[in-house]
Design a protein around this ligand. Structure first.
Ligand code: ADP
Ligand code: MG
Length: 614
């Protein structure tokens, strides 16, 4: 059955509708037609490869499996040729003239659900073969099937409603698509332009992609290969290529999963956290692929925010291949994918912390801030993340850290809470009065040096059912010390002194009481305002927030064993004016330790007065 005269066909009604939208909608990224045609070619070659496994009688059986592109900027054409499965006459009609195939069908379905022609929709779909008509005044498809009794044909159309098919002789197996470009799209007959698009979308296509004689895709899709067969240098080369990096990665996770989703992922943590430089927020850049074809180089909603430092590739076969390459339609699928990947990555970090603690600690020093962010904000991963947090503590050496789990393992039977103290440095935390009571009782306190730590601790709230508590919190109750010295103010004197202090210091203190926590310092200021911790106050101040200007009010705790307090008890009766100066100075000193002193000038004046009286 031969058809040597051209025959004209009308496109199916739906195809006409589709073509009309494709051609006339404002489509911002015309270049994606290259990706669509290359991926069709790759599919066709893949199908041929499968056919070769079962069929002996295949046309041009030893032709190399490859995809060739040729630009001609004089003729303003772009030609794509593949050695794939090809199409018979009836397949040309069926595949390119009707809507039987998946991608475009799904597109039209969504279009129907939306009620009318919606140009916003088109951006969300790869429209496959028809996308060529965005740039073409005429498309000719020369195709010869692998089946030896089938002649070749040429299918041609200007996209306006009909197409022709006629027999063509001397064709090799596969398809050759010649695109005669519209004048305003002549850029796609420029080699550099096509090279750029191919590098963006088709770098990992399985078969050689050759542009004007030069192979474009030289780096393999490593993520689909067996780990055991991949050399270290290959990983490095891949990482540098894919992440535009100059140096090696710091950590690498290569894994695949079959359930609940089919996933192949190759993730990297870079050497450096570029956000540390304070220049710009890192953009999420784990690229999403479906069977080696790029869907989105920077998917925003794939991974949780705090994982924005990760680089690499996630490939899932479960993504609908033919639709929504532009933006993922199926949000829940994307979320599911993201969930599996973040869990797996957290598990990886946990293993690293166990098996390679030095590497983990170096990672933590650079990227720990992201883990903290996640602990505070990513509710679904909070628990896993909290296990990865590390802090110095009153029991570690300077520069060494502990995990919360290790802290808990060291807690005494009577200790119910996990204590921490905020401060800019180890020295600053240890110089303050707050640690004394804990040290005297051998209770470990975590040191938090970073601005986000308070926020993290508040949001985490508890670990292993133990509440996290700031050691300068007024509600902390410590047990009595066993060897209490009797060398302290009597209950009666103490009560007189606290009453006197409260009335003398007035509005600056919410209460004055004897402390169970002080050992070497005469007094300390505890936070009376639960909503506004000293740390928060400093942050608010830095942000020029109104709330930070409310007068500071603290609860003052005094040390009834301290000589200064004992002297003050006497002076408050013998020489109340002098005692008042001392009391005010003790309060100011306590405020300095708390980072809350607001008016150093008046303190200096008072100090001179005190010095005069010596
Ligand atoms: P999809 O790829 O989503 O199926 P397309 O519009 O991209 O939709 O392609 C339609 C169909 O045309 C394909 O399913 C395939 O059967 C056929 N086709 C397209 N390009 C080629 C090609 N280069 N070789 C063989 N068949 C092809
Ligand atoms: Mg396609």
């Amino acid at each position: 059955m031969s058809n040597s005269t051209p025959q004209t066909f009308e496109f199916q009604a739906e195809i006409k509708q589709l073509l009309d939208i494709v051609i006339h909608s404002l489509y911002t990224e015309k270049e994606i037609f290259v990706r669509e045609l290359v991926s069709n070619a790759s599919d066709a070659v893949e199908k041929l490869r499968h056919t070769q496994l079962t069929e002996k009688d295949v046309v041009d059986n030893d032709a190399a499996l490859e995809i060739t592109l040729t630009t001609d900027d004089k003729a303003k054409t772009l030609t794509l040729q593949d050695t794939g499965i090809g199409m018979t006459r009836s397949e040309l009609v069926e595949n390119l003239g009707t809507i039987a195939h998946s991608g475009s069908k799904a597109f039209l379905k969504a279009l129907g659900e939306n009620g009318q022609k919606n140009s916003g929709l088109i951006g969300q779909f790869g429209v496959g073969f028809y996308s060529a008509f965005m740039v073409a005044k005429r498309v000719s498809v020369y195709s010869r099937s692998w089946q030896s009794n089938e002649p070749g044909h040429v299918w041609a159309s200007d996209g306006s409603g009909s197409y022709t098919i006629e027999e063509a002789s001397d064709l090799k197996r596969g398809s050759k698509i010649v695109i005669e470009l519209k004048d305003e799209c002549s850029e796609f007959s420029q080699e550099w332009r096509i090279k750029e698009v191919l590098e963006r979308y088709s770098s990992f296509v399985s078969y050689p992609v050759i542009l004007n004689g030069n192979r474009i895709n030289t780096v393999q899709a490593l993520w689909l290969r067996n780990k055991a067969d991949i050399k270290e240098e290959e990983y490095t080369e891949f990482y540098k290529f894919q992440s535009h990096a100059n140096e090696e990665a710091r950590l690498r996770l290569h894994f695949s999963a079959d359930a609940p989703l089919s996933i192949n992922a190759l993730l990297f943590v870079p050497k450096e956290n570029t956000e540390k430089l304070g220049i710009a927020r890192t953009e999420p850049s784990v690229a999403l692929y479906c069977r080696k074809v790029l869907i989105d180089a920077k998917p925003k909603d794939l991974l949780p925010e705090w994982l924005r430092f990760l680089k690499g590739v996630v490939d899932s076969e479960d993504l609908p291949l033919n639709i929504s390459r532009e933006t993922m339609q199926d949000r829940s699928l994307l979320e599911k994918l993201g969930r599996v990947i973040s869990r797996r990555f957290l598990k990886f970090l946990e293993d690293e912390a166990k098996n390679r603690p030095d590497a983990f600690n170096e990672f933590y020093a650079e990227f720990g801030v992201f883990l903290k962010e996640g602990t505070a904000l990513d509710f679904s991963n909070k628990e896993q993340l909290s296990k990865l947090l590390r802090f110095e503590s009153s029991l570690t050496e300077k520069g060494k850290t502990t995990s919360l789990a290790d802290y808990v393992s060291r807690m005494g039977a009577e200790q119910k809470e996990i204590y921490y103290l905020l401060g800019p440095t180890r020295e600053a935390v240890e110089a303050g009065p707050y640690l004394e009571g804990f040290k005297a009782r051998n209770i470990e306190v975590l040191y938090c040096y970073e601005a986000v730590d308070e926020f993290v601790m508040n949001n985490l709230y508890e670990f292993d059912t133990k509440k996290l508590r700031s050691a300068d919190n007024a509600d902390v109750k410590l047990s009595d010390l066993a060897n209490q010295s009797d060398d302290r103010l009597s209950e009666a004197d103490l009560s007189k002194l606290t009453t006197w202090l409260k009335s003398s210091l007035g509005d600056r203190v919410s209460e004055v009481k004897a402390s169970d926590r002080l050992v070497d310092s005469p007094a300390m200021a505890l936070n009376a305002d639960k909503m506004m911790t000293p740390h928060m106050r400093r942050m608010m101040k830095a942000m020029n927030k109104e709330e930070a200007n409310a007068p500071v009010k603290v609860s003052l705790e005094i040390n009834s064993k301290h000589p200064l307090i004992k002297r003050l008890s006497e002076t408050s009766i013998s020489s109340p004016d002098k005692a008042l100066l001392v009391a005010e100075q003790i309060l100011d000193n306590a405020l300095i330790s708390a980072g809350l002193l607001e008016d150093p000038a008046s303190m200096v004046k008072r100090l001179y007065k005190i010095l005069e009286s010596v």
